[in-house]
Design a binder for this molecule. Structure first.
Ligand code: HEC
Length: 106
C-alpha cells in the first residue's frame, strides 16, 4: 500500500515537473523573439510549430535535430527562408525548446 502511494506521488511530481519545464520553454520562446517568425499553428516566416511537431513525430532523434537547427540556424528544409543561428542559448535551453516545439498542437 505504501509503495503504491509513493509511486503515485512520484508520478504526480514528475508530471508537475514536466509541465513547469514546458512553461519555462514558452517563456524562452517569447524572450528570444521566436514568435516574430513562428506561430504555433500558422506559417509566418518559418513553419508553424505544430507542423514541425507533425513532421518529426516518431523520429527518435528529433530533439537533437531540432536543438541543433535552433542553435546553428537552418535552411532548405522548409522553403526558401532561412532561420538565423541562436548561439546564446544553453544546451539545456535548446533541448527544452526542441521538446516544447515537438509538443505543439495546432
Ligand atoms: C528570422 C526568423 C526566425 C526566427 C527569429 C526563428 N526562426 Fe525558427 N525557423 C525560421 C525559418 C525560415 C525556418 C525554416 C528553415 C528551413 O527551411 O530549414 C525555421 C525552422 C525552425 C524549426 C524547424 C527546424 C528543422 O530542423 O526542421 C524549429 C524547431 C524552429 N525554427 C524553432 C525556432 C525557435 C525555438 C526560435 C527561437 C529561439 C526560432 N525558431 C526563431 C525562421 C526563424
Amino acid at each position: 500500500m505504501r509503495n503504491i502511494l509513493l509511486a503515485s506521488l512520484w508520478a504526480a511530481t514528475a508530471a508537475a515537473q514536466a509541465s513547469t519545464d514546458l512553461g519555462a520553454a514558452a517563456e524562452i520562446v517569447k524572450a528570444n523573439g521566436c514568435y516574430s517568425c513562428h506561430s504555433v499553428s500558422e506559417k509566418i516566416v518559418g513553419p508553424a510549430f505544430s507542423s514541425v511537431a507533425d513532421k518529426y513525430a516518431g523520429d527518435k532523434d528529433a530533439v537533437a535535430t531540432l536543438a541543433q537547427s535552433i542553435q546553428m540556424g537552418s535552411k532548405g528544409k522548409w522553403g526558401r527562408a532561412a532561420m538565423p543561428a541562436h548561439s546564446s542559448l544553453s544546451a539545456q535551453e535548446l533541448k527544452l525548446l526542441a521538446s516544447w516545439v515537438l509538443s505543439a498542437k495546432p
